[in-house]
Design a protein around this ligand. Sequence first.
Ligand code: MN
Length: 292
Amino acid sequence: MLVGCHGLVWSGNFDPKGFELALSQTKSVGFDLLEIPLLDPYSMDPDALSAIQKSYGLPVTASMAQGRDSDITSEDLSCVKAGEAKIMHALKVLQALGGKYLVGAMFGELRKYPEPVTKQARANGQAVMRNVVDAASEAGITMGIEVVNRYESNMINTARQALDYIDEVGKSALTVHLDTYHMNIEESDLFTPVLECGERLGYVHIGESHRGYLGSGSVNFTEFFHALNYIGYDGPVVFETFSRAVIHKDLTKMLAVWRDLWDDSTDLATAANSFMRAGLAGAANSRTGAAG
Ligand code: MN
């Protein structure tokens, strides 16, 4: 299992300077990988970033979401087309960095929707997903669709909805990406959804109920870590947090980050790394004990 850190712990932009800061700090705290946001993959310089990634040797993953003009789950075909091109470009950037996972809400825009998703919009997005999942597979990249809360999507709020969506897409290479922050809002518990996903769980975000320090909120991490252990999950487990202390020009607004949950990135990340490793080890050890 690879224990990772989200880039927004360190930097709000991922130009070569911001990328190097995030990479070097993530490595020095002791994480196994760095996740970077690819909301605007066209602004990235793959060659420059690749050279930096190679010099640190730390694996990189990427997450993304769409903007208003690139939502693939739309009845506006120009939007759908722009969103498909954006995902394809994100795959190219990630491939240049040797990344193996593209995750997040690439299926839509993160915002509060005033009405349910339409059948046509859903079908348009799923047609795009068939194409991009095939392209990802060819590039050796696993895609995971993130289950997010009702204020950020009107389509995928539970693990069950994600599994149904993937069944309709019909590509077994497409996996579910679960995030404890969102699960804590929408799911009945943090154990059952993990079991429902089983081997179809491809990526995990570890976020507290207020997205601040792990262990300082109301998420039942013990239950979640036991569930991961129970299904034998061995994919990435990545700490995700947001504070006004580090601002991303788009993401901060999309996710309604209005408060300062922390201001010392190193202290926060060091605590999160220890918290996740202790929780995962605890779950693994308790199971060994139970089995005698
Ligand atoms: Mn997340």
